[in-house]
Write a protein that binds this ligand. Structure first.
Ligand SMILES: CCCCCCCCCCCC/C=C/CC(=O)SCCNC(=O)CCNC(=O)[C@H](O)C(C)(C)COP(=O)(O)OP(=O)(O)OC[C@H]1O[C@@H](n2cnc3c(N)ncnc32)[C@H](O)[C@@H]1OP(=O)(O)O
Length: 275
């Protein structure tokens, strides 16, 4: 639905390529060199192992396609992405849990370090891992006023890994990130704009896509090499810790997820969602 809208609305996607895996749709406008990656995993685009693998593989494909920019958005009503699939946290199989963790680490690295500029068009709620996806893009346009975004992990009784936290610090700064993270605060669109968690707020998705394309057009006269080098220098401190500590990070997540206290919190949180 959203893909069709993008094609009609911009009227620029004359020569486009379209690929659809079940949970992800991608469109490339060959003229503009802009790809659109649309998440479509009802009901809430929760990130399980298979979905993460699809996202990672599509990002690799875009690298080979040598696109000039990418818009990440959702085809679901009211939800950008609900974060990691919480059902995977409940009584997890340690092997699968490790695989999810590693795949999530790799997907994040791929998204955070893309060689092309990226825009998150946040057209719905975006808690936790959904917020991380958005923060990993170069620019965020959020539809308002009724949606929320933030890293709410403490509300689930879990801890956002260091790289989630560092990513937030890079976007909104140390002090605001510390308060946001410890309180697990979810921000409305207007509040998110006020603290700099998103760059623009617009009333509808049509405007959001247009703003995203406008942002990407800024790079028409920027050397891709200069862009990528600059981004790498800026983002290197955030990624280096994860590159150096992947196993330690994995061990921490698996160990804490398996603890009875965390399992109790996850169980209660899941019950509250069902209600
Ligand atoms: C197992 C892997 C872990 C290891 C990975 C390692 C990676 C690094 C380490 C990570 C450590 C911990 C980090 C975690 C980050 C996360 O992302 S945790 C996920 C946090 N997400 C949330 O808290 C979102 C909770 N959901 C909501 O707030 C709301 O559902 C919503 C605002 C998104 C949507 O609201 P609404 O439109 O009213 O829909 P609902 O009726 O609430 O939901 C519909 C349906 O979806 C189910 N659901 C919602 N969210 C999730 C989710 N994240 N995962 C799985 N399922 C979800 C919800 O229960 C409903 O189900 P039913 O229809 O009742 O069956």
């Amino acid at each position: 639905m959203l893909r069709r809208y993008i094609l009609n609305k911009t009227n620029t996607f004359i020569n486009y390529r379209y690929a659809s895996q079940s949970m992800l749709q991608s469109t490339i406008d060959d003229k503009l060199g802009i790809a659109t990656l649309v998440m479509n995993k009802p009901p809430v685009n929760s990130l399980n192992l298979e979905f993460l693998e699809e996202i990672k593989s599509q990002l690799t494909q875009f690298k080979n396609d040598k696109i000039r920019g990418m818009i990440l958005t959702s085809d679901l009503q009211k939800i950008f992405c609900a974060g990691l699939d919480i059902t995977e946290f409940s009584n997890p199989n340690p092997e699968r849990l490790s695989k999810i963790c590693t795949t999530f680490q790799d997907t994040w690295l791929a998204l955070y370090l893309t060689q092309f500029p990226t825009v998150a068009v946040i057209n719905g709620h975006s808690p936790a891992g959904g917020c991380l996806l958005a923060m990993s893009c170069d620019y965020r346009v959020m539809v308002g006023p009724n949606y929320t975004i933030g890293l709410n992990e403490t509300k689930l009784g879990i801890v956002a890994p260091k790289w989630f936290q560092d990513c937030m610090v890079a976007v909104i700064g140390q002090r605001k990130a510390e308060v946001s993270l410890t309180t697990g605060k979810m921000y409305t669109t207007d509040q998110a704009l006020q603290i700099g968690l998103v760059d623009e707020s617009v009333p509808d998705v049509d405007n959001a896509i247009n703003k995203g394309i406008q942002f990407l057009n800024n790079f028409q006269k920027i050397s891709p090499w200069a862009y990528k080098m600059t981004k790498d220098i800026r983002r290197q401190p955030t990624v280096q810790w994860l590159i150096d500590n992947k196993q330690k990070d994995l061990d921490f997540v698996v160990k804490s997820m398996m603890s009875p206290n965390v399992q109790k919190s996850i169980g209660l949180y899941l019950q509250s969602l069902k209600k």
